[in-house]
Design a protein around this ligand. Structure first.
Ligand SMILES: [Zn+2]
Length: 366
């Protein structure tokens, strides 16, 4: 399967697409900086006269999105984000992209989303304070939640290939904004070249303050990276984590620690982690009873949305509707929410997915 197939799921399976779009869904792993509408990028490019081959989407698509000519490769994938950093030209733009990202999620019936963002990525081009960039994101997300009836929490993501000092500063911003919807921190970036160990004290500080931990691991590096994320960083959820299947001892550790896997199917294909959905380790993770969830990662860079990922799991991997619902329930169980809010989310989903069993207690009580 290549990019073109990913992008054409809606056309190939219109009925299934619409029914899975209507299914209430949860997104635990989506990057704000990978969720930008291309039409918005065209507006920004034109208004700010950005240095691009042209200002129509087709003039610059290949610079901000994986296209058929691209080799499936981590460096090619990451290169898109370096181009995207040029687009963060004003506070209004940061507000707009955060607002639109939430709007787009609500439009495909994502009822709860944990949106991660990288303050330094948004702040660097115009040398904004990272705390200001975070503030603009928080306010835009608040507005969008109210306007579109979706529940959103935020995760502050830092890159391993950038300095620990920057990461430390981002954790302080996360801690300061815990009462405004920031619930966790994340480590992303070039996993194959940069270990997480230097960030140990930064993650310890976040945990001590009550933030939850997720980390990209087992994506572009192997099980040793997963082990580090769990044991050194204290991650309870893994971004991807799929290469854990290369070491059964680490699999057992993940089972013992009740780790949740934020699986992103098309991302793994486009960044060269796996060559096809037939060979995707999601199958193994699921078969081994690990807690899996389905996510997008970077919808606009990949040219997909969460509904596309569900269609792929259904059509190309053969998973039933019940198993897809199970992934949504798993995501609710792994949400970085207080117990009462997580339970309310679970109850709501159970009632929507299985209305008959929701009525059962009332019958047995009569
Ligand atoms: Zn990611």
């Amino acid at each position: 399967m290549d990019y073109r197939e990913v992008n054409h799921r809606k056309n190939d399976n219109p009925q299934l697409y619409e029914s899975l779009k209507a299914l209430p869904k949860i997104e635990l792993h989506r990057h704000l900086e990978g969720s930008l509408r291309l039409s918005t990028l065209a507006d920004i490019a034109r208004e700010h006269q950005l240095d691009l081959p042209g200002y129509a989407v087709e003039d610059f698509r290949h610079l901000v999105q994986m296209v058929p000519e691209d080799e499936p490769d981590a460096n090619v994938f990451i290169s898109k984000f370096f181009t995207l950093r040029n687009f963060y030209q004003s506070p209004e733009i940061i507000d707009r992209i955060a607002y639109e990202t939430v709007a787009d999620a609500a439009a495909e019936n994502i009822v709860y989303m944990e949106l991660r963002f990288t303050p330094i990525a948004l702040a660097r081009e115009k040398e904004y304070a990272m705390s200001d960039a975070a503030d603009w994101v928080i306010k835009a997300v608040d507005r969008a939640e109210a306007d579109f009836g979706i529940d959103v929490r935020l995760i502050v993501s830092m890159n391993r290939h950038e300095s620990v000092e920057l990461g430390d500063e981002m954790v302080d911003i996360a801690i300061k904004n815990m009462d405004r919807g920031i619930v966790a921190i994340d480590l992303a970036g070039s996993e194959n070249k940069f270990p997480g160990k230097p960030f140990e004290h930064v993650f310890a500080k976040a945990r001590a303050a009550g933030l939850s931990i997720t980390s990209h691991a087992g994506e572009w590096a192997g099980p040793e990276s997963v082990l580090e994320a769990i044991n050194v960083l204290g991650a309870t959820r893994l971004g991807h984590g799929v290469r854990i299947v290369e070491d059964l001892d680490v699999v057992r550790l993940a089972q013992d620690r009740d780790i949740t896997f934020e699986v992103c199917l098309s991302s793994n294909i486009l960044s060269g982690v796996v060559d096809s959905l037939d060979n995707h380790p999601f199958r193994d993770l699921y078969a081994m009873g690990l807690r899996t969830t389905l996510n997008t990662d970077d919808p606009s860079v990949q040219g997909v949305n969460l509904t596309d990922e569900f269609v792929a799991a259904s059509v190309e991997m053969g998973y039933s509707l019940d198993i897809l619902k199970e992934q949504v329930i798993n995501a609710a169980e792994a949400a970085f929410l207080p117990d009462d809010e997580r339970q309310a989310l679970l109850t709501r989903l159970q009632a929507e997915f299985y209305p008959e069993s929701a009525e059962a207690p009332a019958e047995s009580g009569s």
